[in-house]
Design a protein around this ligand. Structure first.
Ligand code: NDP
Length: 329
């Protein structure tokens, strides 16, 4: 007898795109070497796009969405991990090309997994999710370029978003002074509570950029791209550094080489999806040492698999602030 597990299942037949809570046969999950009971997953913007079908994120059908998960290993063909071990996964095309985390069970490649840091619970890791992990990768990239808390003001764009709000929270814990750029200045109190010293309106940065502007920031974490990134580059101090991870304003980069060749600034790209294992372990260990349980509880809500479809719709409608954690059992 085949056993059934609860899952979100996306399908496309006769040009009809569907996402439903389903009971699927465990045997229908493609075998990747390591089987886990998924304890927690999360709803990222990318998962919202996949579930609602608003953007072509899913590259094979049927598909189980969920780009992040924490699970306990029930079967393993890899000597790297043991049965019973808690493991963490972010990205690698899981939830897009390979069955993902919004299911009670997942089958995963050992190359995709890292051990869950011992000082983080499964739920806490998903409260952080890809958003917090990408913010941490961005901070590590700045540090590798010599930026530290004494370098000067750091600007974070897309401040109310997942990456932006984690970047503010983590930079503040590390002692930096932060300017938050946001389209929601009515959320100033929230951004200041996270750790921003100053809040500016995103409109200051979202129009076409003059090649060189007043030097204002030692470094930047940008999740927005387009004119915003160009304006940030033009406003960096001599030798400044900006990381780019996102495209919330656009995928274009309508900038000038002026700040690169006249002020020696650096632009560092951040990819979390295919990141080597050593970088993942470093970023998650740093996160485990920095975050407080209380703050994570304040910025997240927990739902069950039964509530995922409705929450994904709300996420896409901009009705959710903070992180959504999915209890998959
Ligand atoms: P969110 O949707 O949570 O946040 C994006 C934020 O960007 C919004 O909250 C808003 O902040 C701001 N924003 C939205 N639209 C615009 C606009 N037109 N102009 C300027 N700002 C805008 O997304 P995440 O924080 O999870 O992700 C941010 C970006 O990073 C996305 O593009 C995502 O795809 C990308 N990403 C990339 C990763 C990688 O590996 N490279 C990993 C994770 C995310 P506010 O309301 O404060 O203005």
């Amino acid at each position: 007898m085949t056993s059934k597990v609860k899952s979100i299942l996306i399908d496309k037949a006769n040009e009809q795109y569907t996402a439903k809570l389903s009971l699927i046969d465990k045997t229908s999950i493609p075998k990747m070497g390591i089987e886990v009971d998924v304890l927690y997953s999360t709803l990222n913007y990318k998962d919202g796009l996949a579930i609602t079908g608003l953007s072509p994120v899913v590259r094979a059908f049927p598909m189980v969405p969920g780009i992040d998960l924490v699970g306990r290993i029930t079967k393993t063909t890899s000597a790297e991990f043991n049965q019973g071990q808690l493991v963490l996964l972010n990205g690698f095309g899981v939830g897009e090309k390979y069955f993902g985390g919004l299911c009670q069970t997942a089958s995963l490649k050992s190359d995709w997994l890292i051990p869950l840091p011992t000082n983080l619970s499964p739920k806490q890791a998903m409260q952080i999710g890809t958003a917090g992990y990408t913010a941490m990768l961005s901070i590590i990239a700045l540090e590798k370029q010599g930026i530290n808390k004494d370098s000067g003001e750091i600007i974070v764009t897309g401040a109310n978003g997942g990456v932006g709000s984690f970047a503010i929270y983590l930079l503040n814990k590390l002692g930096y002074s932060i300017t938050a750029a946001t389209g929601r200045v009515d959320q100033t109190d929230y951004l200041k509570a996270l750790g921003a010293a100053h809040v500016i309106a995103r409109e200051e940065l979202s129009k076409p950029a003059k090649p060189l502007q007043k030097e204002r920031f030692a470094a930047a974490i940008d999740a927005v791209g387009s004119h915003t990134l160009a304006n940030v580059c033009a406003s960096l101090n001599y030798g400044g550094v900006v990381t780019a991870c996102g495209l919330a304003q656009g995928m274009d980069f309508p900038g000038s080489v002026a700040p690169f060749i006249l002020r020696g600034i650096s632009l560092i790209g951040i990819d979390s999806v295919m990141r080597p294992k050593a970088d993942r372990i470093e970023a998650w260990q740093r996160l485990a040492n920095l975050v407080d349980a209380e703050q994570l509880d304040k910025i997240s809500t927990e739902i069950t698999l039964d509530q995922v479809i409705e929450s994904a719709r709300q996420l896409m409608a901009g009705k959710i602030r903070g992180r959504v954690v999915v209890n998959c059992q």
